[in-house]
Design a protein around this ligand. Sequence first.
Ligand code: ARG
Ligand code: ZN
Length: 472
Amino acid sequence: MRQHSRARIVPAAAAAVLLVSLVGCTGGDGAHGGGVHGTPGAAGLRDPYFPRLGNGGYDVRHYALSLDYDPARDRLDATAEITARATQDLSAFNLDLAGLTVRRATVDGAAAAVNRAGNELTLRPRDDIDEGSTFRVVVTYDGTPEKINDADGSGEGWLKTADGALALGEPAGSLAWFPGNHHPSDKATYDITLTVPEGLRGFSNGERTSERTAGGRTTSVWHSAQPMASYLAMVAVGRYTTTATTTPSGIPVLTAADPSVAAGSAALLGRIPELLDWEQENFGPYPFSSTGAIVEPDGDVDYALETQTRPVFPHGAFDVPTLVHELAHQWYGNSVSPATWRDMWLNESFATYAEWLYAEDFEDTPAQRGFEKAFADEANWAFPPADPPTARDLFAPPVYQRGAMVLHRLRQTVGDDTFYEILAGWPVEHWHGNASTEDFTAYAEDVAGEDLSELWDVWLYGDDKPDSPDAP
Ligand code: ARG
Ligand code: ZN
């Protein structure tokens, strides 16, 4: 019995009903076929922090993005082909897109009417889409992609660099470069095709399946075979020094560093195989089919990000703890992704705890030391990790440090054997899926075979700092 149950996403169908009056209904015009008429999909998924992020009524299966970028003109010419399954009868549905100009959209080959209101793109297909059916949307768009300012002031979206661009962003940068369902609950596979001027190169998530140069343009194709939340999608365009190797367990590693920081990052890049395999020993099988990293000059990007398979680092943040942290996210955050942005601590607590475990395994510093330091720092007690007060607080210290303290107290309560079983079992339990805070607490209690509500009440949900590090 959890007294802390949180508000959940309003069912899409309920939200859709509200929108009928706003978007209108095709019913009654007699123009399009017969049968039951659908209703418009919701314009948002009612995330507690970003209610308009994502869209209801469908579930994206696959994105095939074709991005042609010319840094000299800072111009993107693009096509997004989206394969989705309808979760209701749809007369219209939304895609999230910030900036850029939509030239044309089709649904199953037929031109669709497009309306734009802010970041919401409404597509009305010629024929209604039946619940359960798979449909294909093609959007052709272009323009100068935007940098987006996150609630905490960080820049994300499409970031122009000296020789190219970097596209990434958590929580919501990806809508600046492709239309889609930009909420972490709708994960999909991706094929990303990048075309850039000859002399530059493009990098993205997953495996590069081809790269060729013709007519002064270089085109590379990147395949992400495992589902990915859109905030983990990444594109890097520029001049890069690259390395390719495999981990001892056989996972391909591809790294790319800006030439100005390549020498300075080479040694740490060389440790990825060893660190990834160490994480597999502790966190269970690596969830993806390749790994690597992108290292950028400091001014290019405000924060390191665990972009799927290939995290991105500003050079100044490319150190052992941050590398261990971003690789750990591949299990915690990338394979098991938050159900809503309120579940953010599930990402950051495990990634932070991975840093404490590294200190324990490699530097003879028990995780207890990380816990004690975090306990002593008042900044970590501003709010409970399971409930950041505003979107601005999603990446604040309590989410990371107090989140990791929750895990450490869990370890102390259930013992090492059970704790490591939870560490490795949790990503398997929600392999390539999504999970909420309540899913985690229930899972941990299940594995431990005991009621842990006192622990959650004090460390995860409690407003105040406990009197002692041994509480409760
Ligand atoms: N998840 C990233 C990390 O590993 C941080 C992202 C920060 N994003 C932001 N908007 N501040 O720590
Ligand atoms: Zn993190």
